[in-house]
Design a protein around this ligand. Structure first.
Ligand SMILES: Nc1ncnc2c1ncn2[C@@H]1O[C@H](COP(=O)(O)OP(=O)(O)O)[C@@H](O)[C@H]1O
Ligand SMILES: [Mg+2]
Length: 375
């Protein structure tokens, strides 16, 4: 069942259209991430769900109840939508101690003092801040302040949580830790969560469903697996993955009954079943699907090594193939490779192809070949 439903939402600021028409269904209990570059409309969408922003047209319903409809003139204000928020700036009240920051909403909702006390203790324990209830926000580190914001959510027990780039002010190490904690929090609270980020790693690591946006338009919606392995278009393919996916322009052809892609005078075999057999396309291959070999196989390309960058468990290798830059990622620590005359290889079923004009992925023929992965 969908807990959050957006229907044909549009949002304009003056003559600028931030959201030209958006439909979204968010299943109850799921962790859904809105992902995309700055300015693509993530925050606007979240604020429309929250009621902090009124859409120009469309409908929003939460838990089956219409909270906004441009048709009927319905608008339920944010405080009556039963939502919890965390924003980029933690928005704690600087003049209130930690305990008051956490329990303010509970006392305003006229919860009894024993209930408030119990929820406060439970929330502080969950975020490991027991003992700091008596401090002011300015007496806490950035990470601790963020935890107070999380504790406030835990105490409020809302069935919907909205988070807008909550980790972007934290340093890298803390960000990784908080990712784990937010994921655990979601598992424990079972609250329907909408999370906004421009960080693809956050999206891949935490989400049940990723919604990739560009210019206010949903580009693709799917599991992290689908978004990573079966990107719907070149925008999604390039936005997800670090190091970035490799793109090469080539021409599909059939040679002696075999499907190949022609690239720089070479012919690379293509797995059978592509919906298109001829014509110019963009070929895409993820860096981790490229292997470096000493002897050429039937699908190998000659390459020269440019830069070798070990990161610990993996090594990023920048290569040149007939003047085209290619990045490979190998699963071991490597400090040097012979500069010339190596070969790269990749499994034919790891190549994907995109229409050069529209950027849309060219699918495989027939149904459900890929659906089996998604299950
Ligand atoms: N209050 C506002 N007034 C005018 N334009 C706005 C306002 N808020 C957002 N926008 C514009 O709407 C678009 C989407 O913004 P936003 O939702 O904040 O993007 P994101 O969160 O993905 O970075 C951007 O072009 C932004 O400049
Ligand atoms: Mg934003």
């Amino acid at each position: 069942m969908s807990e959050i439903v957006l229907r044909n939402i549009t949002k304009s600021y003056g003559s600028h259209t931030a959201i030209p028409g958006l439909d979204l269904d968010i299943p109850k209990g799921s962790f859904v991430t809105l992902l995309g570059p700055s300015g693509c409309g993530k925050t606007t969408t979240l604020r429309v769900i929250a009621g902090l922003e009124q859409a120009t047209t469309g409908e929003v319903s939460l838990g089956g109840k219409t909270v906004y409809s441009s048709r009927t003139g319905t608008f339920v204000p944010p405080e009556r939508r039963g939502l919890g928020f965390i924003f980029q700036s933690y928005a704690l009240w600087p003049n209130m101690k930690v305990d008051r920051n956490i329990t303010l909403a509970l006392s305003e909702a006229k919860q009894s003092p024993p209930v408030i006390k119990e929820r406060l203790a439970e929330a502080l324990a969950k975020v490991q801040l027991t003992g700091l209830a008596d401090r002011y926000p300015s007496e806490l580190s950035g990470g601790q302040q963020q935890r107070v914001a999380v504790a406030r959510l835990i105490a409020a027990r809302n069935s919907i949580l909205l988070m807008d780039e909550p980790l972007s002010n934290l340093d890298a190490k803390l960000r990784t830790e908080m990712r784990t904690e937010l994921k655990r929090l979601h598992r424990e609270l079972e609250a329907t969560t909408v999370y906004v980020t421009h960080d693809q790693v956050e999206a891949l690591t935490m989400s049940d469903i990723i919604v990739v946006m560009k210019d206010g338009i949903i580009q693709q919606q799917g599991s992290p697996y689908e978004i990573y392995h079966d990107p719907a278009n070149l925008f999604v393919a390039e936005f997800i993955g670090d190091p970035k996916i490799n793109l090469l322009d080539g021409v599909l052809a059939t040679v002696a009954g075999e499907h190949v892609i022609r690239f720089e005078g070479m012919e690379i075999p293509v797995a059978a079943g592509l919906e298109r057999a001829e014509g110019p396309v963009t070929l895409a291959i993820r860096p981790e699907n490229i292997s470096i070999v000493e002897r050429p196989g039937p699908a190998s390309l000659p390459a020269e090594v440019d830069i070798v960058q070990p990161t610990g468990s993996q090594t990023i290798i920048s290569l040149s193939v007939k003047g085209h830059r290619i990045t490979a990622l190998i699963p071991r620590f490597e400090t040097s490779l012979p500069k010339k005359s190596i070969w790269i290889d990749f499994p034919a079923d790891r190549l994907s192809f995109f229409d050069k004009g529209t950027g849309q992925r060219i699918p495989l023929k027939g149904p459900a070949l890929e659906a089996s992965h998604a299950a």
